[in-house]
Design a protein around this ligand. Sequence first.
Ligand SMILES: [Zn+2]
Length: 303
Amino acid sequence: MRHTSLGRAAVLLAVLLAGPGRAAAGPPAVAADLPPLDAATSLLVVAPHPDDETLCCAGVMQRVVAAGGHVSVVWVTSGDASELDLLLLEHSLFMRAGAARDLATRRMREARAATALLGVPSAGQLFLGYPDRGVLQLLTAHRTEPYASPFSGAAAVPYAQALYPRHPYTGASLEQDFAAVLERVHPTLILAPTPLDSHPDHRAAGLLTATVAQHLNLLPAVRYWIVHGGEGWPGPRGLVPGLPLTPAPRLHGLVPAVFALTPAEEDRKQQAIEAYATQMRITAPFLLSFVRSSELFTTAAQP
Ligand SMILES: [Zn+2]
C-alpha cells in the first residue's frame, strides 16, 4: 500500500481530533474547526453536480440528521454535460440535446435516492438546473447575456423539477437563485467546493458561495471541501474502507479539519455513492475512493 507514513499521520491526527472514548458508545467528537452539530444545525451542502454532495459530505450529513438538525443540498447543475455518459446513452450524436436532458433527469433521480439514504428529506433536495460545464462562464462573460449550453441546447433552466424553471442562464440569475436558497434554508453551516478544485464548475460554485454568503453575512458559516484534488488523489483508488482521507495536493498546504466517520456512517456513504448508477458505470474507482474514515474541510478558501 502506498503513502503508509502519511496514512499513519492522518490516522493519528484523526484520533487526536476525535479525542478519547472512541470505544464508548456515541459518535466521535466533531473536529474543532467545524461548529457543533446538533438539533439547531441547519446544514446546506453546495454541490456543483449530482454525486459531489455524497463524496464530500455524506458523513457530516448523516451526523446532522442523527442529531435532529436540518440538512439541505443545493445542486447548481444537474450534470447534463457528461460526454461519456451521453455516448453510452445515445449511440449517435443525433438528438444530443434530448440525450443531455434525459441524462440530467436520471442524475437528479439518483441524487434524490442517494441523499434520501443519508436522511435528506425531499424538501431539502434543491436543484437549480444551471448548465454543467458552464458555471464559470455565467460568472464571467455571461453575467447578463444568456449562455447557451452546447450540451443541452438550453439558454434557461429546462427542468420542471428545478426550483426556478425557465430562469435565464446568466450569472445574475444564478446569484439571485442561490441567494434565495440561502434565505430559505437559513444555514448555520455551509459546505461548499473550494475554489482550489481543478474542475471549473467546482471553482465557480465555490466563488459563487463565497460571494453570496459574504453579501448575506454568512461567510463565517462556510467551510470548503475538494473532490478534484490533484493527480491520483484520493489514493489509493477504489474501495478501501477504514482508511482516512489524506489532504489533497491542490490544497497547497492548507490544513483541513478532520471529520471522523463511524463505520456505520462509512457504510451508508458507500450505499449512497452506489445509488449513482450512471456515474458508477464510468468512474467507480474514483467515486469509491471517497469511502474513507474521514472527510476533510478547510475554513480558508485559499492558502
Ligand atoms: Zn462535480
